[in-house]
Design a protein around this ligand. Structure first.
Ligand code: UDP
Ligand code: MG
Length: 315
């Protein structure tokens, strides 16, 4: 029989945390009182992590270990875990003990109220302000604005999802932090619960400040995917039409100057601008058309519908 819960945990070089993680999760899940599986994705660890995970696996049949051939990144870890998950509810967490498994019952209680996603919100974050909390505050604010899903803590890994939510999302790059935003596309109800944040006990963080810039770039992708992925010609086409029309106006004015006023226009910067705007317009419109073709290939290749049905009453 399938378990009710699937806990998905990407893990990279966290050997020293494995035993403590096992003990804490087992205790917390006993309190939650429902059937579960724990799927740990070993993301190509080069330390002793896999051996320690294997030891846990041999002891406890509820643990499942997926081992990547090399380090593919945390997002890939989540994706592999989601594909393997059999539970109705999928809970994600970090492996480094910064998330507190004792918060899981709180997430479940909120899910029981009928939400599709319940996000942890680290109210007492332990990390340094300038390098971690400030970038994260800005990112949360931007992602909330762009996606319309208001969350205080997109970066918190401890989150609960209805399984169909994570199964319907295709993750790329480092998009795991955007799952609630991406899921907003299918129409989801989202809630937040405060969770405990703890300082890292073992090992070191795998990320530096450069993550902030990658998050900003990813934000552009997400905005586009959410708003325009099925109608790219509307973005590129509008820009192209505006640019082309402006170029045409400037060109007409220059023609008037040349033909009616009889002045020379060969040395005027405006001429360059007119040519540039018209060219840009043509380019933008053709880019939109190409994007339309790519979008159709994308949707049809994976038989990805442009809608999601909640339920259907028809007999
Ligand atoms: N992680 C992973 N693959 C990676 C980097 C990180 O599976 O390439 C895991 C890591 O083991 C941890 C979680 O992702 O369980 C979060 O990483 P980390 O603690 O380094 O990030 P931070 O908490 O500093 O943001
Ligand atoms: Mg961490």
């Amino acid at each position: 029989m399938d378990p009710k819960l699937s806990i998905v945990i990407p893990l990279y070089n966290e050997a020293d945390s494995v035993e403590a993680l096992y003990a804490e999760l087992t205790a917390a899940l006993a309190d939650a009182g429902c059937s579960y599986e724990v799927i740990v994705v070993d993301d190509g660890s080069r330390d002793d992590s896999f051996a320690r995970l294997k030891a846990v696996y041999e002891r406890d049949g509820r643990w499942r270990i997926i081992r990547f051939r090399r380090n593919f990144g945390q997002t890939a870890g989540f994706a592999a875990g989601f594909a393997a998950a059999r539970g109705e509810i999928v809970i994600t967490s970090d492996a480094d003990l910064q998330n507190d498994p004792r918060d899981i019952p709180k997430l479940l209680a909120k899910m029981a109220e009928g939400y599709d996603i319940v996000s942890g919100w680290r109210v007492n974050r332990k990390e340094p302000f300038l390098s971690r909390r400030l970038p994260s505050m800005i990112a949360n604010w931007l992602i909330s604005g762009v996606s319309g899903v208001m969350l205080h803590d997109y970066g918190c890994s401890l989150k609960a999802y209805r399984s169909e939510v994570v199964k319907s999302i295709h993750l790329y790059g480092e998009l795991h932090r955007f799952i609630p935003a991406l899921a907003s596309w299918m129409g989801v109800s989202v809630a937040e619960v405060p969770v405990n944040d703890r300082a890292r006990q073992f090992g070191a963080s795998k990320y530096g400040i450069s993550r902030t810039f990658r998050v900003l770039l990813d934000l552009i992708t997400v905005r586009f995917m959410l708003g325009y992925a099925t109608r790219p010609i509307h973005v590129f086409g509008s820009l192209g039409l505006a640019s082309g029309a402006l170029g045409l106006l400037v060109g007409l004015y220059l023609t008037f100057v040349k033909l009616v006023l009889g002045e020379s226009i060969g040395s005027r910067p405006l001429l360059l601008l007119a040519v540039l705007l018209v060219l840009l317009g043509v380019q933008m419109v053709s880019m939109g058309l190409l994007a339309e073709m790519v979008m159709r290939v994308y949707h049809e290749a994976q038989q990805k519908p442009i809608y999601v049905i909640r339920e259907q009453l028809d007999d």
